[in-house]
Design a protein around this ligand. Structure first.
Ligand SMILES: *Cc1c(COP(=O)(O)O)cnc(C)c1O
Length: 390
């Protein structure tokens, strides 16, 4: 629904505002509709009404996105000093910030404390000890590892601990005079299986029982999926129902860290065909955007975007393609295995749009691989005060 709106915005009122160095006609570019971000935020709030929504900044750290969400009352989940500074600039109060990255330097923690941040996520003894030294009295949430089957981009063991280890870390935090306050998990990004949240909550409950002390906060992580080519994903209400069912009468303060769910639908990545050619019996289409200008999530073909060719009739004859990026790198091929079909008469100069591309695109673009600049963002439909009430 949101992506549809963003496409309409593109076809209708493009060029109203230039968010970075992007000129409106420049290709490739990310066209971002802030009204869709606002709408996605409200849908999230309505679907999970008892949950504090803390935007995961890395999904799209554009200053305009951050100040919009700050104005709408969101909290934020931070991972670095750069994100901390961007959020302060955007107007987030330190009380609405939490530092979700369990891998930190002493200088990170010092900067967060100096800014007034008091909530941190941890998942190791070394990090608990660091927090005890640099952030005395801070609130600590211990992150559990949950099976991330069903996730398009799983963490595969990079973060989190088992319930018994989580209980041990909470005790370690309490003994170090930190506030051993929370438990949490992240079920893996683009998570298509609502029962992943149930497994995460069950693991947190086991950790809480092992700990014995009161648990004030439960962090449900991110992972809320958006629509891509892979077909239907569960809606937020279905996930909310799974969460409620698993919580039963357990009533800690709930936090979630949506990234993708708040910004993906707001973005259309507009690219251009550079070359079409035949290689070993397959039709190769080379675009002016690839893995290194923002399409990092095509790695392993994890995310297969919906594509739209605005210059072609919807009923144009299509055929399978290998879709490749413009650089001289052999890995810069977006889709070889995925069933991607594009118009048979596609030619250099034609526009190809990646729908639902507002998350994890501009923030992943390299600074200049092969001399190609990072993906510029162009705002379409800039919100007026009337359009974004409260
Ligand atoms: C990236 C990240 C998120 C956001 O994940 P989405 O799948 O985009 O919702 C939330 N929490 C943490 C700790 C993250 O690293």
């Amino acid at each position: 629904m949101g992506a549809q709106r963003a496409v309409q915005a593109h076809e209708g009122a493009l060029t109203s505002h230039d968010a970075s160095s992007g000129r409106p006609s420049e290709s490739p570019r990310l066209e971002l509709d802030l009204t869709v971000v606002a709408q996605s935020f409200r849908i999230f709030e309505r679907s999970l009404p008892h949950v504090e929504p803390a935007y995961a900044v890395k999904a799209n750290p554009l200053p305009e996105v951050l100040s919009l969400l700050a104005g709408l009352g969101a909290s934020v989940d931070l991972a670095s000093v750069g994100e901390l500074d961007a959020c302060l600039m955007a107007g987030f109060e330190p009380g609405r910030m939490s530092w979700g990255n369990p891998v930190k330097k002493p200088s990170d923690v010092r900067a967060a404390v100096a800014a007034g941040v008091t909530r941190f996520t941890t998942d190791s003894a070394g990090d608990v000890d660091l927090l005890a030294r640099e952030a005395p009295g801070a609130s600590v949430t211990v992150r559990l590892a949950v099976g991330d089957n069903g996730s398009a981009t799983p963490f595969a063991g990079k973060f989190g601990v088992a319930p018994d280890e989580a209980a041990t870390l909470l005790r370690r935090a309490r003994d170090a005079r930190l506030r051993a306050h929370g438990l949490g998990f992240h079920p893996g990004s683009q998570q298509a299986d609502p029962s992943s949240w149930r497994r995460g909550i069950a693991a947190c409950r086991a950790a809480a029982e092992g700990f014995g002390g009161p648990i004030g906060e439960l962090n449900l992580g991110g992972g809320f999926p958006t629509v891509h080519a892979a077909g239907p994903v569960p809606g937020l209400r279905e996930i909310a129902a799974a969460i409620d069912a698993e919580l039963g009468d357990w009533r800690p303060h709930l936090v979630a860290e949506p990234g993708r769910a708040l910004v993906a639908d707001a973005g259309v990545l507009v690219a251009e065909v550079v070359l079409v050619t035949e290689r070993a019996g397959r039709r190769w289409v080379y675009l002016d955007v690839g893995r290194y200008q923002g399409l990092a999530e095509t790695e392993g073909e994890m995310i297969v975007y919906r594509l739209h060719c605005p210059g072609h009739r919807p009923d144009a004859a299509v055929g399978p393609v290998v879709l490749a990026g413009p650089t001289c790198d052999g890995d810069d091929v977006l889709y070889r295995r995925a069933d991607v079909r594009l118009p048979l008469d596609l030619a250099p100069g034609d526009v190809v749009e990646f729908l639902g591309a507002g998350a994890y695109t501009s923030s992943y673009a390299s600074v200049g691989f092969n001399g190609l600049p990072p993906l510029p963002t162009v705002l379409v439909n800039p919100p007026t005060p009337e359009r974004t009430p409260d």
